[in-house]
Design a binder for this molecule. Structure first.
Ligand SMILES: *Cc1c(COP(=O)(O)O)cnc(C)c1O
Length: 349
């Protein structure tokens, strides 16, 4: 029997998200935080494993509500923001528009659901190509627009004026999702203050990049009507008890959390300066917890680093000739830089 014939065509042609586990000593490939939160696990003792989790994640939402100055009715919890991308496209449908390159899950999920994808290339500065985006909005009427700012994998924030123009020009036409996964590391203002002015704006956040990637907790902040509608497609117990509990503990420790973020920001600046000094390496400025850099022979350098047990992300096919390195601890960054310099020196001799 031919199973392939039974698969929907959009799934048959879909390529699964590449998330391979590659053993290494220094793991700088997935934009995780180098700092975990083991203290948070203590609270797990009180969990009743025989009971379903709180379907509304009340305790978690209360803290998000405090931190972001919004009401619980403006928050929707997700099993990571990946799940929320699924819910948004399920709720509003397509076409789905996003710039390229960006986070790959927007396109993968749009295709999985069977919606049309519209990818608009970024300009040379990795900023939004406003003219082309506005044209595409007019012609193709996307229902959902995803804008990751700071953007993954380029690291920059998009121009706020351009972003605002997109939000304004789609007021009763499309939902604009500003994915602020990396906002904690950014020096620019986020889009939260604009929520009250634009009903079609949705802010997406995650705890994955600030120490809880293993727990899968993300959330949307938006107008209550949007939250109400998207909540209809949410699976009842999408965030499990363990994740709700530890995430709540993490959010209670605002100062500790912020101090780790500050360390990562300062390490990013050091790492950027060191990369800039290396002949043949061109790093792009970053507002996130990773740095994209251009090199002469990306594949060779990637493999060379892996041989020295340092794992980064090869951006081949996404931003050709580039590698992306996550900011690690000071020690991890030094090991990475040393390995990089050794490989480049060996090449010359
Ligand atoms: C990592 C990342 C996410 C994924 O977040 P999860 O909450 O772990 O699903 C979302 N958006 C962007 C831009 C990312 O880089």
């Amino acid at each position: 029997m031919n199973i392939q014939k039974l698969i929907r065509p959009n799934i048959r042609s879909l390529k699964a998200y590449e998330a391979k586990e590659i053993p290494c000593r220094v793991k700088l490939d997935a934009n995780e935080s180098p700092y975990g939160f083991p203290e948070g696990l203590r609270a797990l003792k009180s969990i009743k494993t025989n009971r379903y989790p709180d379907p509304e994640a009340k305790a978690l939402k209360r803290l998000i509500s405090r931190d972001f100055g919004v009401k619980s009715q403006n928050i929707l919890q997700g099993n990571g923001s990946d799940e929320l991308i699924y819910y948004l496209i399920t709720t509003f449908g397509g076409p789905v528009l996003y710039p390229v390159p960006t986070f790959s899950m927007y396109g993968i999920i749009a295709q999985a659901i069977g919606e049309k994808k519209i990818g608009i290339p970024l300009n040379k500065e990795f900023d939004l190509d406003l003219k082309r985006i506005l044209e595409a909005i007019k012609r193709q009427k996307p229902k959902v627009i995803f804008l990751s700012s700071p953007n993954n994998p380029t690291g920059n924030c998009f121009s706020s004026e351009k972003l605002l123009k997109i939000i304004e020009s789609t007021l009763s036409l499309s939902i604009v999702v500003v994915d602020e996964a990396y906002q904690p590391f950014s020096s620019r203002k986020g889009f939260l203050p604009l929520l009250k002015d634009y009903k079609n704006l949705v802010i997406m956040r995650t705890l994955s990049k600030i120490g809880l990637a293993g727990l899968r907790v993300g959330f949307l902040i938006a107008d209550k009507e949007i939250i109400h509608e998207v909540n209809k497609v949410r699976l009842p117990f999408n965030v499990n008890s363990l994740s709700q509990t530890v995430a709540t503990e993490l959010l209670k420790k605002r100062k500790t959390m912020q101090s780790y973020i500050n360390v990562i920001i300062s390490e990013r600046e050091k790492l950027f300066n060191e990369l800039e000094k290396i002949d043949g390496i061109n790093p792009y400025p970053s507002e996130a917890n990773f740095i994209l850099f251009k090199v002469k022979n990306a594949d060779k350098l990637y493999k060379g680093l892996l041989k020295k047990s340092v794992l980064v992300r090869n951006m081949r096919g996404v931003v050709n000739g580039c590698l992306r390195v996550t900011v690690g601890t000071n020690e991890e960054n030094r090991i990475f830089l040393r390995a990089l310099k050794e490989i480049i020196t060996d090449e010359k001799t």
